[in-house]
Design a protein around this ligand. Structure first.
Ligand SMILES: NC(=O)c1ccc[n+]([C@@H]2O[C@H](COP(=O)([O-])OP(=O)(O)OC[C@H]3O[C@@H](n4cnc5c(N)ncnc54)[C@H](OP(=O)(O)O)[C@@H]3O)[C@@H](O)[C@H]2O)c1
Length: 356
């Protein structure tokens, strides 16, 4: 059995789970560890796993615990209850089914299993009922830009029925992981002293620039990130929703913004839409029609909620509204949503093992 450090919750070890964090040294993995600690997730044992490159390095969990990173390839998942995965799609493709076969429920942040009909794609505020059909032992976390959008769309869809969505995203570099963040920092420094810039993570210079290209190009001219927003929204919310996205990488470290226009089947007023969003779980409306009466990426960092601002009528369609939507892509867009899925599984009694 691989080395683990027991973690004591509330003084003594009581009802707790054995949790493996896979990709623990990455942007999402670190946020998962932080989120688990902050939310007092009921943990009995916790292990941090990554590639052989970081085996043996140390990583903090909460205020007092330091975990020694272990090699995913050599790790035996037998006896572990939950695997929170974010090691990239190709790595999850190999190790998530291996973990699931050993009886460990996998919550996977990568794109690998999202469109698999036997894998639920879940945002707890939107479709927790999908967790009733976990056939492969794997639950998928949606793409970060999809998660924040569907949290805001769900209550509007329930009330006014969405026909069509047009969305443009303004996505931070942390969406491309720790290497994306390093590239923005390096290029910003270099451009200020007029040094040469050679893009590596992004296909053009990202410092002082916006790049309408995230993930690979598809045959129809859209990018895979844009395609993901369409197909994931249909899988999570409603297969009849029509959606077109333009996804843009912007020189911001953390937080994604989205300009969203929605056409409904039923009449809607701005006041009604605002009231529905104000009552929606996971949504906070900050919308004063004055200077600074809206939220931006910088202000949402480290926050759990999906923020909505700039709600207004879309006069180009019979029943339409437009709004601005902002969230921390590493929190609600990844780590927090994954931990909320685990919490929902526990609340629904869907985690078979409850270690004492
Ligand atoms: N960033 C976001 O906002 C976001 C949101 C939703 C979903 N996601 C998805 O989550 C995944 C990770 O994203 P990230 O932003 O955290 O990336 P990242 O910062 O590059 O971190 C990648 C993590 O995966 C580990 N890893 C890489 N190759 C591995 C291997 N062969 N075996 C074991 N571990 C390996 C890395 O370990 P080493 O340190 O040892 O290399 C690191 O811990 C991606 O699939 C991404 O699409 C990201």
């Amino acid at each position: 059995m691989a080395e683990t450090r027991p973690v004591t919750i509330i003084g003594i070890t009581i009802m707790g789970y054995r949790v493996a964090v896979v990709g623990a040294t990455g942007a999402v993995g670190r946020e998962i560890l932080k989120t688990l600690a902050e939310r007092d997730f009921p943990i009995k044992d916790i292990v941090a796993l990554a590639s052989p490159r970081s085996t043996g390095t140390e990583i903090s969990f909460g205020e007092k615990t330091v975990l020694k990173v272990q090699n995913l390839e050599k790790f035996d998942f037998a006896g572990w209850d939950i695997g929170l995965f974010s090691p990239g799609a190709a790595v999850s493709a190999v190790h998530a089914p291996r973990a699931a076969a050993a009886g460990c429920i996998v919550i996977d942040n990568t794109s690998q299993f999202r469109m698999d009909p036997d894998v639920p794609l879940v945002v707890p505020e939107v479709n927790p009922q999908a967790l009733g059909r976990i056939r492969r032992g794997i639950v998928a976390n949606p793409n970060c830009s999809t998660i924040q959008m569907v949290v805001a769309l769900k209550p509007l869809h329930d009330r006014f029925k969405i026909r069509r969505v047009v969305v443009a995203t303004y996505q931070s570099v942390s969406g491309a992981g720790k290497d994306g963040m390093d590239e923005l920092l390096l290029q910003t420094r270099r451009s200020l002293v007029h040094d040469q810039i050679v893009p590596q993570e992004f296909t053009k210079q990202i410092a002082f620039n916006c790049i309408p290209h995230i993930d690979k190009f598809m045959e129809d001219g859209s990018t895979k990130e844009e395609w993901k927003m369409t197909v994931e929204t249909r899988k999570i919310l409603d297969p009849d929703i029509k959606l077109i996205a333009t996804c843009v990488r912007v020189p911001v470290f953390i937080g994604h913004s989205e300009a969203i226009n929605v056409e409904f089947e039923n009449p809607v007023t701005v006041a009604e839409a605002r009231a529905v969003l104000r009552d929606a779980p996971g949504v906070r409306v900050i919308d004063k029609r004055e200077d600074g009466g809206f939220i931006t990426q910088l202000e949402c960092q480290g926050e759990d909620d999906v923020y909505v601002s700039r709600i207004r009528r879309d006069p180009t369609v019979p029943h339409g509204i437009g709004f601005w939507c902002v969230a921390d892509n590493l929190r609600k867009g990844a780590a927090l949503n994954a931990v909320q899925i685990a919490e929902t599984l526990i609340a629904q009694g869907l985690l078979a093992r409850q270690a004492a």
